[in-house]
Design a protein around this ligand. Structure first.
Ligand SMILES: [Zn+2]
Length: 270
């Protein structure tokens, strides 16, 4: 009987050694840090190697899932970096409608938005009222912004949010020619007027329905501070956060207007 017991003990010892070795590959510095701390020296400087991040799951099918698209206009600005940290900590993807003249001032933030997997889009170069301007001026506003975003990030936007939601037949033709779908919104907490974090949070949470596009501004610190509460509450209600193209399954047509996923389509199924 001793033979098999010894073999089992030997096997257990090998297994334990293997597990220790395996664990140490995940936290090679942890044991040393404890040791040095016990001897009254500072923490070990060398950072341990992290295991690679798992691949991101594919976006949900918004014909069935309870989706919402958070969108942020007028940046990049002073609060954009803080917002990107908030979104990253919660693994939430959003859509940024950028002002061309702000893009050239902060190309680093535009690159960061794109690298984090957010959708970046056109909101004109000078926040112009595109629905009431000449075709020539509208063309310049759009193409200069497209060029600035491309230069900052390597990506050419496929979405336009006309400032003030102001569009026209002429602008629709132009966006069709330039390959831009027009994105409006379903929920507007009027955060540019109400610089009040609690108000913005309550107003979005009260109004939002599955399939909605929510309009906010990342240039207002009060709005950015409302975002964690909005995300945490909606996530608790089973919402999935998607970019605007993801909300429509990637099927957006240049020139068409979008403010929510069609109410005729199945939404929020269990
Ligand atoms: Zn705007």
């Amino acid at each position: 009987m001793d033979g098999p017991v010894l073999v089992r003990r030997a096997a257990a010892a090998v297994l334990a050694a293997a597990i220790c070795g395996w664990l140490s590959t995940f936290a090679p510095g942890a044991g040393r840090a404890e040791l040095t701390a016990a001897h009254g020296r500072g923490p070990v400087q060398k950072t341990p190697k992290r295991p690679p991040e798992p691949p991101e799951p594919p976006p949900p099918d918004c014909a069935r899932a309870k989706c919402v698209a958070l969108t942020f206009d007028d940046g990049p600005g002073e609060s954009t970096a803080e917002l990107l940290d908030i979104l990253a900590a919660r693994k939430v993807k959003a859509t940024f409608f950028l002002i061309g003249e702000n893009v050239v001032k902060r190309p680093d933030l535009v690159r960061r938005e794109r690298d984090a997997g957010h959708e970046i889009a056109d909101h004109s170069y000078t926040h112009a009222d595109l629905g009431r301007t000449s075709k020539k001026k509208a063309f310049s506003e759009l193409t200069r912004t497209q060029d600035a975003i491309r230069q900052a990030s390597g990506y050419t936007p496929v979405l336009l949010r006309p400032p003030y939601g102001s569009t026209s037949k002429r602008l629709t033709e132009l966006t069709r020619e330039l390959g831009l779908a027009q994105v409006l919104w379903a929920v507007d907490p009027v955060d540019w007027e109400h610089r009040d974090t609690g108000y913005v949070e309550r107003r979005v949470l009260k109004a939002v329905k599955p399939g909605d596009i929510v309009l906010m501004h990342d240039i207002h610190p009060t709005t950015v501070k409302a975002v964690p509460g909005i995300i945490d509450r909606l996530a608790g209600e089973g919402y999935a956060f998607v970019t605007v193209p993801e909300l429509f399954g990637g099927r957006l047509i240049p020139g068409e207007e979008y403010d929510r996923r069609n109410s005729g389509e199945a939404q929020g199924l269990p």
